[in-house]
Design a protein around this ligand. Structure first.
Ligand SMILES: Cc1ncc(COP(=O)(O)O)c(C=O)c1O
Length: 480
């Protein structure tokens, strides 16, 4: 069987996708001609993404399409990305810094940001997000922590913020942007999980409208767009678009996919013409789902059912499109719930963590899909009892290790493989993370703490597979 046959076989299993991409393989709603018929290259009359991005003001097919996207999202300039948000984040960081510069990074960043640091030879100043105690997830990045870091490190050249997080938590971007600008530092917002924000009522606003200078969004994560298709918005004159485009030509293929670009443009079309209506149906489906969650006795769903936003003081805003289900205080782990949803109910979730499962939704979810998840959760909940997990997992999301040197410096050292026990106290030379969400527990350049190793071990014990760059964890970790 070739890969297409394997995918077709998968589709026949009728497993409902509570994961990316945002089109949810809803082929009744999203259609396109045979991709072979639309797959071009930079031939006469069909433009060139790199050229068009470099001359956004001119009249060309792609420049016009990206201008239309910029109008929809409210940006000064928008650039289609065919290498995911990864490409947008890496090129933005390369474009806004020089080797050796300091950069402000929330420690719960995606690994693409850390890779950019290593590539660009930057010195990270980490700040740590607050934690929501009741669900044990990373919550807001506090504006006061950003202000303090900028006061203590006046040489920071760029500030990065992740909002929303993988779990849907939105920080106060406007307050953070005001602070970074007071210090003449541009703000890059990783809004990979929020391309659906700020477009229609009922969802938090986008960083594009809140003073961020660059915003990178994975269109494919929460909108009906093919995988890998993303967008970079430039929202102010504090950053140099030409530099960004130049870096994009380095990072991305010289043959950007015409099928992916057509898919992004089709989504812009759809949102312009039917977005209001589609988002209104989506909102009411989410509201109905939330209502149904009031019957849960053991499981909890963040900001849904009886769980109220007021009981989460560290969550500035929450994306109602994320369904984050906690098994804390019950007799099952997140991994067990995830497996039951898949094996018994044919519902594929996006992510499992120790005591949590995340379902991602979009305008392409069907009423039938929501009904399947609601009845599965209620049925599973009815069979649960109070359990030890609340007490067992009292550790916060992760106890991070202490940065000892920038990642690019650690990577210049020869590598020594050590068992986790031996690795404690040594400096890491690789990443260790769970994927998803791709937030590293260990980053090159950190002195590995015993407490970090313990969190990682707990993760493994609860059924979460951790991946390391050298693929030898849990037996070994690469150190210097
Ligand atoms: C917070 C965050 N930023 C960036 C990315 C990278 O996005 P992409 O897969 O579009 O490259 C991800 C991917 O999961 C992510 O979770």
């Amino acid at each position: 069987m070739n890969l297409e046959d394997i995918y077709q076989e998968y589709v026949k299993k009728d497993i409902y996708p509570y994961h990316m991409p945002g089109h949810k393989r809803n082929t009744a709603m999203m259609q396109m001609a045979n991709p072979y018929g639309l797959d071009f290259t930079e031939i006469d009359g069909l433009d060139d993404l790199h050229e068009a991005s470099a001359h956004l003001g001119r009249d060309s097919i792609l420049a016009n399409a990206m201008r239309r996207a910029a109008r929809l999202f409210g940006a000064k300039h928008s650039i289609y990305l065919v290498g995911g948000s990864t490409a947008g984040l890496v090129c933005s960081i390369l474009a806004c810094t020089h080797r050796g510069d300091e950069i402000l990074i929330p420690r719960n960043c995606h690994k693409s940001v850390y890779n950019a640091l290593a590539l660009a030879g930057l010195r990270p100043i980490y700040i740590y997000p607050s934690v929501d105690e009741s669900f044990g997830v990373y919550a807001n990045l506090r504006p006061e922590d950003v202000a303090l870091a900028l006061r203590e490190h006046p040489d920071i050249r760029l500030a990065v913020l992740v909002s929303p997080t993988f779990d849907g938590i939105v920080s106060d971007v406007a307050a953070i942007a005001a602070i970074t600008h007071e210090h003449n530092v541009p703000l890059l917002v990783d809004e990979a999980h929020g391309p659906h924000l700020g477009l229609f009522p009922g969802f938090p606003d986008s960083a594009v409208h809140q003073g961020a200078d660059i915003v990178v969004q994975s269109l494919h994560k929460t909108l009906p767009v093919l995988t890998q298709t993303s967008i970079l918005h430039v929202c102010s004159d504090r950053v140099d678009v030409e530099n960004i485009v130049r870096q994009l030509t380095v990072i991305e293929s010289t043959s950007p996919s015409y099928v992916l670009m057509a898919s992004a443009d089709k989504c812009v079309d759809l949102l312009e013409q039917e977005g209001e209506q589609l988002f209104s149906v989506y909102r009411s489906r989410l509201a109905q789902f939330s209502e149904q969650m009031k019957a849960l006795k053991h499981l909890r769903v963040l900001c849904m059912g009886h769980d109220k936003p007021e009981s989460h003081p560290n969550i500035y805003q929450y994306d109602p499109g994320k369904i984050l289900i906690s098994t804390r205080g019950t007799n099952i782990t997140g991994a067990q719930l995830y497996d039951i949803l898949l094996d018994r109910y044919r519902l594929q979730m996006e992510m499992k963590l120790r005591d949590m499962v995340l379902a991602m939704t979009s305008i392409c979810d069907t009423q039938e899909g929501f009904d399947r998840l609601a009845s599965a959760l209620l049925e599973i909940d009815a069979g649960l009892t109070d359990g030890p997990l609340g007490a067992q997992f009292t550790l916060q999301q992760c106890t991070f290790s202490v940065p000892a040197m920038p990642p690019f410096v650690a990577l210049e050292h020869p590598s020594i493989m050590r068992t986790p026990d031996e690795a404690a106290g040594h400096i890491a030379r690789e990443f260790v993370y769970a994927y998803p969400p791709g937030i590293p527990y260990i980053v090159p350049g950190e002195r590995i703490e015993a407490a970090t190793l313990e969190t990682m071990q707990q993760m493994q014990q609860s059924g979460i597979r951790l991946i390391s760059t050298r693929h030898q964890y849990p037996s070994h970790i690469e150190t210097i």
